[in-house]
Ligand binder design. Structure first.
Ligand code: PLP
Length: 398
């Protein structure tokens, strides 16, 4: 019989992970990786938080079983993250909480829910957005559309364009994906006043807001970063929140996330939960235990929660300081453009304004790795070599 696998075409490599491989193979000692999507501390490592280590120690002692979790996940974890995301904003019996394997897993299940239970809904994504949003929604079977987000200057929000797209391109029942904070890849977030307006349009158009909440605490702080989400919840009776604890707990590989579906009434929440469980069951059956147990342990313990908040603040402040140092460093480069727009942006990422060709040159000439879109991960900057980095960026810009 002919081999079935012999004619399978090679899939294109993941653009960002491909750069990571090239970076690892680069033998130049001055190389710097600004392409990946993970936080790095001053010594260039993605650390395990102290609160996580402590929670893990406790878990080793106390854990009694590795038996399956419920389909919708560990109950303590669910109630802790529900509090973190929603506070007391929404009545508990209107929320369907489902633990998911990371933000990606949450988005995938949410996408399948939209495709199967809310058809003929389309999912509107901001342009640009995290590249995986498109792939996830398409794999989930949800038709994808886009709405204007970034202005032509590539450093600010095209607010009018966004609102008119949400008004004119959508039909009632369509879903709109919003980055709750720290927009990836641009770092451009709406202001609190703009969120009011966005929420009003979503509500009056009858759209389903889907909030991707992957960076809570990385922008202005845990509470401040929830302002957009809370504004939407105040104005809309229904919403889906896909949260991730990869970044703010540094639990990337443990796959910790959640879907928080808000329905207009308790019966609708129960029915939605039952359908979410059906989707999970045929997908990965039930979620992994360890990462969620870490988060639940930390959030159930006052001391550990305090430690977590301190460590999260440290990450956020380090990113802000790197933004400042880079902007100062670029200001010292003769003839270089003004980079002060980076100070207004939130989270790990910004569009640097570098073209794909300049990003290429930065890599080949200096060993500085930047994605082709010009997105930089600010947390990847080495503060001790900021002047060198600024010189390299100025070099390719001139
Ligand atoms: N959403 C956005 C905007 C992200 O940037 C990421 C991770 O890079 C995710 C979701 C998914 O995170 P996770 O690793 O928890 O799946």
């Amino acid at each position: 019989a002919p081999h079935r696998f012999d004619s399978i075409p090679l899939a294109p490599p993941d653009a960002i992970l491909g750069l990571t491989e090239a970076f690892a193979a680069d033998t130049r000692s001055e190389k710097m990786n600004l392409s990946v999507g993970v936080y790095k501390d001053a010594s260039g490592v993605t650390p395990i938080l102290k609160c996580v280590k402590e929670a893990e120690k406790q878990l080793i002692e106390s854990e009694k079983t590795k038996g399956y979790l419920p389909i919708n996940g560990q109950p303590d974890y669910r109630s802790q993250v529900q509090q973190l995301v929603f506070g007391d904003r929404v009545e508990s019996d209107r929320i369907a909480m489902v633990q998911a394997p990371g933000g990606t897993g949450a988005l995938r299940v949410a996408g399948e829910f939209l495709a199967r239970q809310c058809s003929p809904t389309r999912v509107f994504l901001p342009s640009p957005t995290w590249a995986n949003h498109n792939a996830i929604m398409q794999s989930a079977g949800a038709p994808v559309e886009s709405y204007t987000y970034l202005a032509d200057d590539r450093r600010s929000l095209n607010f009018e364009g966004m609102l008119s797209d949400l008004r004119d391109k959508t039909r009632p029942g369509d879903a709109v994906l919003l980055h709750a904070c720290c927009h990836n890849p641009t770092g451009v977030d709406p202001t609190a006043e703009q969120w009011q307006e966005i929420a009003r349009v979503i509500s009056s158009q009858g759209l389903i807001p889907v909030l991707d909440f992957a960076y809570q605490g990385f922008g202005d702080g845990l509470e401040a970063d929830a302002v957009g989400l809370h504004t939407v919840l105040d104005k809309c009776a229904e919403a889906i929140v896909c949260s991730s604890y990869s970044k703010n707990f540094g639990l990337y590989s443990e796959r910790v996330g959640a879907i928080g579906l808000v329905a207009s009434n308790p019966a609708a929440a129960s029915a939605s939960l039952s359908q979410l469980k059906v989707l999970v069951r045929s997908n990965y059956s039930n979620p992994p235990r360890h990462g969620a147990a870490i988060v639940a342990t930390i959030l159930a313990d006052q001391e550990l929660t305090r430690l977590w908040k301190t460590e999260l603040d440290e990450m956020r402040i380090r990113i802000t300081q790197l933004r400042e140092k880079f902007v100062e460093g670029m200001a010292k480069q003769a003839g270089a453009p003004d980079f002060s727009f980076l100070l207004k942006q939130k989270g790990m990422f910004s569009y640097s304004g570098l073209t794909a060709m300049q990003a290429d040159e930065l890599r080949t000439k200096y060993g500085v790795y930047v994605v082709g879109s010009g997105r930089i991960n600010v947390a990847g900057m080495d503060e001790d070599r900021m002047d060198w980095l600024c010189g390299a960026v100025a070099g390719v810009l001139s």
